[in-house]
Design a protein around this ligand. Structure first.
Ligand code: NAP
Length: 476
């Protein structure tokens, strides 16, 4: 590092999978700039300190990613009009101690469209998802004069409604929010010119999934999938098949980075270099996965599978564990729901437990070989040996033990889905089921953690401690 080096940093949680360091460092080097870009994992409670630290240290620029794009706004000295309207910032410039926020996601999306000669003006667009990416993309479409339908899952439709309401305030065209369901998809896509997937569906490891049935895609449509790993998602393959024009998420990723580079340095970004680096990173990613898969079985395992009774905290602990270890969280029950297009209680009531267990076997098969995951399993996963054989091939199995009284308490205080229990309030039934399953959990566990009385954070810490010196576990 040369003296006087200027530092740019990415703040988020997690950041380990980010392509930004390789893209920006290659761009700085190409332009002969004495800059360096680093990624720093920052949790919610440390964000303010990180921003103040960046100001104090004279950090030249920041990128902000999940989950801080909205909360960072109140910590900055200024934000530009676009970020203000979107309500999210992904780039910060330090101008002599004054931190100003920008949003290059929206402009990056517009640049990617322009690169394919797509002008959204007067077009009908459908955006799937209402999270951070959708906020930027829906804004860009509205700003360009497209009418926009934002679709989100029913349970969180209010997110989409809030976004549509906000955009309507300055839009010349209609902005609508509707539930993401098969009927609405069919109706909206019939007349859509542009379809954007701004959800994480299709992303590795659930790469064989798409929210859109193939028959709804048509040749007059442009399909833009914001997911960039894999580059060719199922949605994009289906769109290609249907004769639609397609754009992958890498284009937006490169452009949002290129525009941030321009804001920090005042120079024209070397977009070609940034694209080459991003593609190399993607290739390395795939090669690493293939290599790890090949050697799985002969060496220690780097995935963790959490098993235990419903209410034992597998999902909450799993989320914390994934955050702390930089692994990807996979919720088996959520994967089954995506595959089935129905909730677990719906599957149980309309198709029965046997069908559910078959779906569970398929879901385990789909994800068991993928390395570096924290897999939060459903309570009954242990009932099929084939599931546990597959999981144990690649994951250290951790049993979250909790005593029955605490399970009862948690089941009453949380809205836990308990489809296998006809009467979840009956302590005898719960005791019966726990006693029946207990020997299965014990016999498959590589590690058992008694989490009675522990918080989820403490349980995750305990797991990390126990894994540290475990013969089966490989931290890399
Ligand atoms: P986010 O804030 O977490 O939002 C995720 C959205 O996806 C939410 O609307 C969520 O719906 C929806 N969703 C998740 N799982 C779903 C499912 N199974 N069925 C239906 N909807 C589902 O994440 P984000 O930052 O917006 O990112 C979304 C995607 O865009 C990610 O894949 C990310 O990698 C990609 N992205 C790409 C770029 C780029 O430059 N190419 C930039 C930013 C993001 P609920 O509200 O119902 O949970």
């Amino acid at each position: 590092m040369k003296p006087g080096v200027k530092i740019c940093a990415l703040l988020g949680n997690p950041v380990e999978q980010s392509f930004s360091p390789v893209m920006h460092n290659a761009a700085f080097s190409d332009k002969g700039l004495n800059y360096i870009y680093v990624a720093s994992r920052v949790d919610d409670k440390s964000l303010k300190a990180a921003i103040d630290g960046a100001r104090a240290l004279g950090i030249a620029g920041l990128n902000i990613t999940i989950p801080h794009k909205v909360s960072v706004i109140s910590m900055l000295d200024e934000v530009d009009d676009v970020s203000q309207r979107i309500g999210a910032v992904n780039t910060v410039v330090n101008n002599g101690g004054i931190l100003k926020g920008y949003n290059t996601d929206a402009a990056g999306f517009t640049k990617a469209l322009a690169g394919k000669n797509v002008n959204p003006e007067g077009k009908q667009a459908v955006v799937l998802g209402a999270g951070g990416a959708s906020m930027a993309v829906s804004y860009a479409l509205v700003e360009a004069g497209a009418s926009v339908v934002i679709m989100n899952r029913l349970a969180r439709l209010d997110e989409a409604s809030r976004l549509a309401h906000k955009l309507s305030n300055f839009s010349r065209v209609p902005v609508e929010a509707i539930a993401l369901n098969p009927q609405n998809l069919e109706k909206s896509l019939e007349k859509a010119d542009i379809l954007v997937n701004a959800t994480s569906v299709g992303m590795h490891p659930g790469k064989n999934h798409s929210l859109v049935p193939e028959r709804l895609l048509h040749p007059e449509m442009l399909v833009f999938d914001l997911v960039y790993n894999p580059l060719q998602t199922k949605l994009l393959s289906d769109a290609d098949q249907a004769g639609a024009q397609t754009i992958n998420g890498l284009e937006m990723l490169i452009w949002q980075g290129a525009l941030a580079f321009e804001l920090w340095t005042g120079l024209a970004p070397p977009v070609g270099i940034m694209r080459t680096q991003a593609l190399k990173e993607l290739e390395n990613n795939s090669l690493n996965i293939a290599r790890r898969r090949k050697s799985a079985g002969q060496k220690a395992k780097n995935s963790i599978a959490l098993i235990g009774f419903m209410g034992s905290g597998k999902t909450t602990v799993g989320r914390i564990l994934a955050g702390k270890t930089g692994k990807r969280l996979v919720e088996l029950d959520r994967l089954i729901e995506i595959n089935a297009g129905a909730t677990i209680p719906e599957i149980f009531s309309s198709r029965g437990e046997t069908t559910f267990r078959e779906m569970e076997i398929d879901a385990v098969k789909e994800i068991a070989e993928v390395p570096n995951q924290v897999i939060s399993c459903g309570g009954g996963v242990v009932l099929n040996k084939i599931n546990m054989d597959r999981l144990k091939e690649n994951a250290v199995v951790v049993y979250l033990e909790v005593n029955i009284d605490e399970i009862m308490q948690r089941m009453q205080s949380q809205s836990v889905e308990k489809p296998v229990l006809e009467d979840p309030g009956d302590p005898d039934k719960v005791r019966q089921l726990v006693n029946f399953r207990e020997p299965f959990y014990r016999s498959y566990a590589d590690i058992s953690i008694n989490s009675t009385g522990l918080t989820a954070e403490e349980t995750a810490q305990e797991i990390i401690l126990r894994l540290k010196n475990h013969a089966l576990y490989n931290r890399s």
